[in-house]
Design a protein around this ligand. Structure first.
Ligand SMILES: C[S@@+](CC[C@H](N)C(=O)[O-])C[C@H]1O[C@@H](n2cnc3c(N)ncnc32)[C@H](O)[C@@H]1O
Length: 411
């Protein structure tokens, strides 16, 4: 059964997206509300910003050209920009709807004057959210999902017998728009997604709880880049979401599905005062996809995974991981260099050292594969795209005294 209220917990969201300068002096609720309302605003102003940044300067550039060059480009170029404008409007209507529904569900202040303005970085997050909708919830994104999500689901199914799945708890931190967690529930598990980005929380809530039919909305996720396009048609390709409608399928879902809001380590990790989070030894499996490199300190993630996974005494606890090592805070550390606050911290390990640290932290590797070519929210028709050589592993929490073979040499 799908939980009625899929967004069930409010364990202090991290303020990943708040960029207010003097944030440390403000009470936490104010910071929290600012992070929510500035994200909502970034969805609402997306359309205006996109017209302003994408099509307006290109129209102006056209006026600067010689008449001969203009004749060569026209009427194609003006029609092209007009089509991009129309696609921006379609995206904008969708993101505005997500913001309107989200403002209500997430209890933003009624008075819009009380909302925090959006930064350009947040508007960029809105653009990436459109591409993530393609990745997670469109039929066109299936081939990308199959590369990263399929091996993870197959590994879970190899570990847990079909008749045990309804009592098997699987946690998916950094769940993005929630498709992997949803598919894991479809396989019959008790699946819980966790996220701390308001862009992800608001948009996944919309798709999961507020879409009514399959392919209800059309979006243009790839219009924001004028490079690597084989044709204007390629840049303007539309996708339909959702390819599977969670609310239509609610009665058919085999397992259970829920979503928590908040930072993974805060919600599921050990607490400083030793009180515990109530999540100790609770999860039979933790699945991380394109997630572990989002940590300021990866060792905190490893501690939390180890803490939250079942011990040998409660069954077995498995960690399944798929993704790259694109350490998200590497540039922050190099650029700012001052470590007055932990928000600049970045601990980066190469894969062989990481495997060693994970083994030392009490895991035994069962599988490890490298160089798995994978794209992320990437336009399959583009002339150029970023391809990651991902790592995939299945590791288990070690039993006391268990002798194990190290996988460091297999990297
Ligand atoms: C690269 S995305 C991957 C999303 C999804 N797993 C996928 O494969 O599409 C990483 C996600 O982790 C989330 N994230 C980063 N740090 C987090 C934390 N400490 N707690 C919860 N989520 C976090 C980000 O908001 C982002 O949505």
């Amino acid at each position: 059964m799908m939980d009625d209220e899929v967004f069930m917990s409010e364990h202090g969201h991290d303020l990943m997206e708040s960029e207010t300068g003097s944030s440390s002096a403000m009470p936490e609720e104010v910071l929290e509300q600012n992070a929510l309302t500035s994200t909502l605003n970034s969805m609402i102003v997306y359309g205006k910003a996109a017209h302003h940044n994408l099509t307006a300067p290109r129209r102006e550039a056209l006026t600067k050209l010689s008449r001969m060059h203009r004749t060569l480009l026209e009427p194609f170029y003006s029609d092209y920009l007009l089509s991009i404008d129309r696609a921006i409007d379609v995206n904008s209507q969708f993101m505005t709807l997500v913001a309107q529904i989200g403002a209500n569900n997430f209890e933003a202040p009624q008075e819009r004057q009380e909302w925090q303005g959006a930064t350009s970085i947040q508007v960029d997050h809105t653009k990436s959210t459109l591409k993530q909708l393609y990745r997670d919830w469109s039929m066109q994104g299936k081939s990308e999902r199959d590369v990263a999500y399929r091996p993870v689901i197959e590994a879970l199914n190899d570990l847990f017998e079909i008749n045990k799945r309804s009592e098997t708890h699987v946690l998916i931190p950094g769940a993005g728009l929630g498709r992997l967690a949803y598919d894991i529930a479809q396989e019959g598990y008790i699946s819980q997604a966790n996220e701390f980005s308001y862009h992800m929380l608001l948009t996944s809530d919309f798709v999961i709880n507020h879409t009514q039919t399959k392919n209800q909305y059309q979006l243009f996720p790839f219009i924001h880049s004028f490079s690597h396009n084989t044709s204007a048609k390629n840049q303007l390709q539309a996708v339909q979401i959702p390819d599977i409608c969670p609310s239509e399928n609610a009665g058919l879902i085999r397992g259970a599905f829920s979503f928590t809001a908040g930072s993974f380590t805060d919600v599921y990790g050990p607490k400083d005062d030793d009180a515990g989070s109530g999540m100790k030894n609770m999860w039979n499996a933790i699945v991380t996809v394109f997630f572990i490199d989002t940590a300021h300190n990866l060792l905190d993630y490893i501690d939390t995974i180890s803490y939250a996974l079942c011990d040998a005494s409660d069954g077995e606890g498995y960690w399944i991981n798929y993704g790259p090592l694109l350490y998200h805070f590497e540039d922050d550390l190099s650029n700012r260099g001052d470590l007055k606050s932990d928000s600049n911290l970045s601990i980066e390990l190469p894969l062989d050292k990481l495997v060693h640290v994970i083994e030392t932290a009490g895991f035994v590797f069962l599988r490890l594969e490298t160089k798995l070519k994978t794209t992320y929210a990437s336009d399959p028709q583009a002339m150029g795209s970023w391809i990651y050589d991902c790592v995939f592993w299945v590791a288990r929490k070690r039993k006391p005294g268990e002798v194990y073979e190290s996988f460091v040499d297999r990297v």
